[in-house]
Design a protein around this ligand. Structure first.
Ligand code: NAD
Length: 362
């Protein structure tokens, strides 16, 4: 099991270190290799996704990714910014389906900004398409001011675009995921205003013909944003485009208490995947031992389940995280009265200890 470890920037380095410690106590034959990505790679090699990092990721069975970015790179030309590394990895590895489960752990019901009864037992899955939409449409650009500066520009534009094969493959992925859960799928679009999303809706309806056992419904994105905070448990699996998925999955993250709890998987057609927390590099808390490493640790569980066929090991991680939460340990982002606040490293220690106990018990 070859795993490329790409910690990246900011808290990425701290949280991935804890996830790697967890991998180390699973008694599995991992072959891990670290590489630079994002701002760290730009500093060392002049590019956020150096050829050597890309090659390592391509040769691996799975990639464990931390996070990239820092405000200090905001003035760099776009192609050199740290975030381009993620787009590059998605493109080169053909990662088209982003799975973001939003699960509200019983122990964190009170950490959510919603009333406990709205989120207790919440377990939904958002599937975001990753390769199309306005993030990759052509043409894109801006009409520059005479001196080339952005401040004086007259206009800027990006183009929303989806091809039939792109919609078909994400729809198949979503219907199949729904078949493994409660057989309900909500496709989120903006078909009332955007041609691209009328097309999306039409193609999803066509693909539905192959999955008669799944109940499909459609919802406009503005309504979906509202329903997610009004009655989130009504959803089971949501499938949507790149930009709507980006926004809705962050919204869903807050239902669970903190974005620091949410893992994610980005998969290609061969089942190879990139696993990362749903959050960014959090420069505001980087290097302070404050970051919650659980989203990254839970991303390792997704990696074991989706790419490495190691369900038992994935279950051990999930159970260990539940036990640590049940014991009352919390990082600052999920802390509440009556629980014990710990740092990134101590949270990692606790999960490692919980997994070791499971091993001993056999
Ligand atoms: P962010 O997710 O980094 O942070 C948002 C807020 O959540 C911050 O207050 C942060 O402290 C908090 N937070 C995030 N992760 C946390 C954790 N594990 N534990 C505790 N608190 C946590 O988003 P942002 O501030 O908008 O962006 C910061 C940088 O990250 C930017 O450069 C952005 O481009 C980049 N980014 C990268 C990715 C990625 O690498 N996949 C995703 C989103 C943003």
């Amino acid at each position: 099991m070859k795993i490329a470890i790409l910690p990246g920037d900011g808290i990425g380095v701290e949280i991935v270190a804890q996830a790697v410690r967890v991998m180390g106590v699973l008694d599995l034959p991992f072959e891990t290799e670290h590489a630079l990505v994002g701002g760290a790679a730009y500093e060392a090699h002049g590019h956020p996704l150096p050829e050597s990092t890309l090659k390592l990721a391509q040769a691996a069975d799975a990639v464990l990714f931390g996070a990239v970015g820092d405000w200090k790179y905001d003035t760099l030309e776009r192609s050199l910014r740290p975030e381009q590394a993620i787009l590059g990895l998605r493109k080169h590895l053909g990662l088209f389906a982003n799975f973001r489960p939003a699960i509200c752990y019983e122990q964190l019901t009170h950490a959510s900004s919603l009333k406990p009864e709205l989120v207790a037992g919440l377990d939904i899955l958002i599937i975001r398409e990753l390769t199309g939409d306005i993030y990759f449409g052509q043409p894109r650009g801006r009409r520059r001011a005479p001196d080339g500066a952005f401040a004086g520009a007259e206009e800027a534009f990006d183009t929303m675009r989806y091809s039939r094969p792109e919609i078909e493959r994400i729809a198949h992925t979503a219907f199949q995921a729904a078949q493994k859960r409660s057989k309900r799928l909500t496709s989120v679009d903006k078909a009332n205003v955007l041609e691209t999303f009328q097309f999306w809706k039409d193609v999803v309806i066509e693909v539905h013909a192959e999955y008669p056992d799944v109940a499909l419904d459609h919802m406009y994105v503005d309504n979906a944003a509202m329903q997610l905070v009004r009655a989130p448990k009504k959803f089971d699996v949501i499938v949507t485009g790149n930009m709507f998925g980006d926004i809705l999955s962050d919204e869903a993250a807050m239902l669970t208490g903190s974005i620091g709890m949410l893992p994610s998987a980005s998969l290609n057609a061969a089942g190879q995947g990139l696993y990362e927390p749903s959050h960014g590099s959090a420069p505001d808390i980087a290097g302070k031992d404050l970051a919650n490493p659980l989203a990254t640790i839970l991303s390792v569980a997704m990696m074991l389940r989706f790419s490495l066929d190691q369900t038992a090991a994935a279950d051990r991680i999930d159970a260990a995280v539940q036990r640590v939460l049940a014991s009352g340990l919390r990082t600052a982002d999920i802390w509440s009265e009556g629980t014990r606040k710990v740092g990134t490293r101590a949270m990692g220690d606790a999960v490692v200890a919980a997994i070791k106990t499971t091993t001993t018990k056999g």
